[in-house]
Ligand binder design. Structure first.
Ligand SMILES: *Cc1c(COP(=O)(O)O)cnc(C)c1O
Length: 426
């Protein structure tokens, strides 16, 4: 499989190069040149496949030429070390629980897959790869755990001071080893700007082998397709003749883009809903406004606090800029913090199911947009324990795990590229 840059049809690279580069030279993203359609037999018999069998089948074409089938088998087995169940919440309403990994959010799958791919590519290199990642919380913790102890790879995580939960900060700063957390006196967008500036800095890139672990990286995005294949396998027998609608709590749009690639491979999902918090750039676009990235605003669903969703560029590429055809596959909607709290409380009371703030948005979107002759699935992107401070506002006796930050290690710096370069080169 070859990948091409969204901004330059002549920039065509292998899977390995797409992963190592992250962003293209022109600042574009890489996207598969073709999306293979899987044979009907596979979907007809999907119940008989295990998680790792599905993963090898679905991902093989995307890594061809860069990983052998033995390497892919190892990567997949390392990646899928926990369950990804689909659980019934109400009639024709299911939650796809992707939060059973080590950091209790779905990003574990992408981070584990990326780190294992890098370790396979890097065997012969004489210089460590330095992985840069900007995070509003969940990416950093997943990358920290996904990359911890992986040979030949150093990780620098930039997070905005005071804007991640204590538990997220603990997950990023407690490991040590090849993982270094850098607290930036600024916002998530500032952290992301510093990472982007490092990639644009030719002289820095000539000194250091830089790679990115943000959701722009194809190796983080692709394995996320698997959730949707597993879900289909697990609820297929309950569908009768109803079609599936999937609501994805979205920020950078990586997870939903992966699901949509799955749909284009033949996975029988009727349509997707991009469910957003008050950062509503993408829903507004789908409703007909010009695409206008905005600064992010802070919400209770903070892993989705993204005002300029980077994977919009991949979706625009996939649909060749045609809004009408994109709208056939994707609807968009957004919700306020107040609505999140009401939903958490109502779902706990009505169905005995405790939602985290992100899943609450997914469920509200589904309840609003699914029709009677469809089966709705929303993605549970984080474990409620991760957001206990929010949940405690409506369920007063709820508490999350205790964390002790006193022994954790982080570097603090001002919002400045120069300050970060000093850290990188020291
Ligand atoms: C990252 C994240 C999201 C948003 O996913 P995107 O792929 O960026 O759209 C949603 N919920 C949680 C809990 C997350 O960690």
């Amino acid at each position: 499989m070859k990948y091409r840059c969204t901004r330059d049809a002549a920039d065509i690279v292998s899977f390995q190069d797409a992963v190592l580069k992250g962003l293209s030279d022109k600042g574009g993203l890489y996207f598969p040149m073709e999306i293979p359609v899987l044979e009907e037999d596979f979907f007809a018999n999907i119940e008989s496949y295990s998680d790792t069998e599905i993963a090898r089948k679905v991902l093989a074409p995307y890594v061809e030429g860069s990983l052998t089938s033995e390497q892919l088998e190892w990567v997949v087995e390392e990646t899928l070390s926990f369950k990804i169940p689909t659980v019934r919440v109400a009639d024709d309403c299911y939650i796809l629980e992707v939060f059973h990994g080590p950091t209790k959010a779905f990003k574990d799958v992408g981070a584990r897959f990326l780190s294992r791919c890098l370790s396979q590519f890097e065997k012969k290199a004489d210089q460590d790869t330095v992985v840069l990642v900007a995070t509003s919380g969940d990416t950093g913790s997943a990358v920290a755990h996904g990359f911890y102890g992986v040979p030949n790879v150093q990780v620098k995580i930039l997070f905005p001071k005071g804007k991640v939960s204590p538990y997220q900060e603990f997950q990023m700063t407690s490991l040590g080893g090849n993982i270094q957390a850098v607290e930036v006196n600024g916002t998530f967008d500032d952290c992301q700007a510093i990472v982007k500036a490092c990639f644009d800095d030719e002289s820095l890139r000539s000194k250091i082998n830089l790679s990115s672990a943000n959701s722009i990286n194809m190796a983080r995005l692709l394995p996320q397709m698997l959730y949707y294949f597993f879900m289909y396998r697990d609820i297929k027998a309950q569908l009768a003749s109803k079609k599936i609608v999937v609501s994805v709590p979205s920020g950078n749009l990586g997870n939903i883009t992966a699901g949509i690639i799955g749909k284009h491979m033949g996975l029988p999902i009727e349509r997707f809903i991009a469910a957003h918090n008050e950062n509503d750039t993408f829903p507004k676009y789908l409703q007909g406004e010009a695409y206008t990235p905005k600064p992010s605003v802070q919400t209770y669903a903070n892993a989705m606090d993204v005002g300029a969703p980077s994977n919009y560029e991949r979706l625009a590429h996939l649909y060749e800029g045609n809004l009408e055809s994109m709208k056939k596959d994707i609807e968009g909607i957004s919700y306020t913090d107040e609505q999140i709290l009401t939903e958490i409380k109502a779902t706990q009371q009505d169905h005995g199911y405790l939602l985290d703030p992100h899943a609450a948005i997914g469920k509200m979107a589904l309840d609003e947009l699914v029709s009677k002759d469809e089966v709705g699935v929303f993605v549970g992107t984080a474990h409620p324990q991760k957001f206990s401070e929010v949940i405690a506002k409506v369920i007063p006796d709820y508490s999350g795990p205790e964390v002790d930050l006193s022994t954790c290690e982080k570097i603090s710096m001002d919002n400045s590229l120069a300050a970060f370069k000093k850290i990188l080169l020291s």
